[in-house]
Design a protein around this ligand. Structure first.
Ligand SMILES: Nc1ncnc2c1ncn2[C@@H]1O[C@H](COP(=O)(O)OP(=O)(O)OP(=O)(O)O)[C@@H](O)[C@H]1O
Length: 342
């Protein structure tokens, strides 16, 4: 994802970053911070399956990027003492690609399908049957002479991850015996993620620095870990090596991440909305042109967090700034019509 390399607060990650993340991933369920409800439910599903000596139900994990879906898939395989096979919706172009993956699975393995909502329809249909009946129909020949040879599969567990559970067709959703929804993390939980990561990186992180970084991490462990690495760089190059509150503030200033976790683009959008359009409503395209970005970038990169933070609203007539947006930018909103001093 290009966005990830450009923005220190992007929720997604590219391959290079995923490699840096690998060292910080919790390996077992009891190391996984937060998400108490999902963790608790999942531990019951897994312990029961292990106790019965059977493979657990298929698991669907949904939630925004960077909250730990891939990490949980790895943990599930580790807790079941089996291996994890990884693929994704976009990587499977044809049903045959999925049939090849499924027919190579060994008994009890976990198959992780990231972005499962992006599977093509024929692959989806093949997956229902495989999940329910542990069977794939291998098509031999073409046209009128084609025939399907059923191939039975050993029992296995699918872990599907999606940022858009609503896009999964009901028949596929129904094949998952357990669905866990991951929510944004509280600041306290992010502090615990940061303290754990600092320990693994071998750096000392002050309690107030952890709290400062957590509060700017947009509820997302991936962003927290990324900001921690930037603060570590700053401390090493410009500071005395200590990750204290001064280092945290100075590094986050360099990366233009403010107290709420907004970056330059987020603030540019809000500022344009307030100062150029009197707080709106204004159409997305006009707003995007004003900040020199594509409408899609504003809509997918800046807007979700601004709306979530209650800084921007979406109305049928366009985007509006909320009172919190004016306050955050240190600006005074125009008086409401009834308050005009005529
Ligand atoms: N609960 C957690 N405790 C500690 N670290 C976490 C937790 N959740 C996520 N992380 C860390 O955040 C990073 C991103 O997590 P992960 O790759 O699992 O997210 P994801 O939801 O799969 O994201 P994507 O949808 O982009 O693939 C990892 O380095 C992981 O170590």
């Amino acid at each position: 994802m290009a966005e990830a390399t450009e923005r220190v607060v992007a929720p997604g990650a590219d391959d290079l970053e995923r490699a840096a993340e690998a060292a910080l991933r919790p390996r077992r369920l009891d190391e996984f911070v937060g998400q108490r409800v999902v963790r608790d439910q999942l531990s019951l599903v897994l312990d029961a399956a292990v106790g019965r000596g059977a493979t657990p139900d298929h698991v669907l994990l949904s939630g925004p990027p960077g909250l730990g879906k891939t990490t949980l898939a790895m943990i599930i395989a580790a807790e079941l003492a089996t291996s994890l096979r990884v693929t994704s919706g976009p990587a499977i172009q044809h049903a045959g690609d999925l049939a090849a993956v499924l027919s190579s699975l060994e008994e009890g393995e976990v198959l992780f399908i990231d972005e499962i909502h992006r599977l093509a329809r024929p692959a989806e249909e093949l997956l229902y049957v495989a999940m329910e009946d542990f069977r794939v129909d291998v098509v031999v020949g073409k046209g009128a002479g084609a025939s399907a040879i059923p191939l039975s599969l050993p029992p296995f567990t699918v872990v599907g991850a999606t940022t858009r559970a609503g896009l999964l067709p009901a028949p596929l959703r129904d094949r998952f015996g357990f669905t866990g929804h991951l929510d944004f993390y509280s600041d306290d939980e992010l502090e615990r993620v940061l303290v754990r990561s600092a320990g693994l990186l071998g750096v000392e992180l002050g309690a107030d620095a952890a709290s400062e970084i957590a509060s700017r991490s947009r509820g997302t462990p991936r962003i927290a870990n990324r900001l921690l690495r930037r603060v570590r760089d700053w401390a090493q190059v410009r500071g005395d090596g200590r990750l204290d509150i001064a280092a945290a503030r100075a590094a986050l200033e360099v990366y233009e991440v403010d107290a709420l976790g907004l970056d330059r683009l987020d603030r540019a959008v809000l500022r344009a909305l307030c100062t150029r359009f009197g707080g709106g409503p204004v159409g997305l395209t006009t707003l995007a042109v004003t900040v020199g970005e594509e409408p899609e970038t504003v809509e997918t990169v800046a807007e979700p967090f601004l709306v979530r933070e209650g800084l921007m609203g979406r109305t049928p007539r366009g985007r509006v700034a909320t009172p919190a947006a004016w306050a955050h930018l240190g600006l005074t909103p125009p008086p409401l019509p009834g308050q005009l001093d005529l």
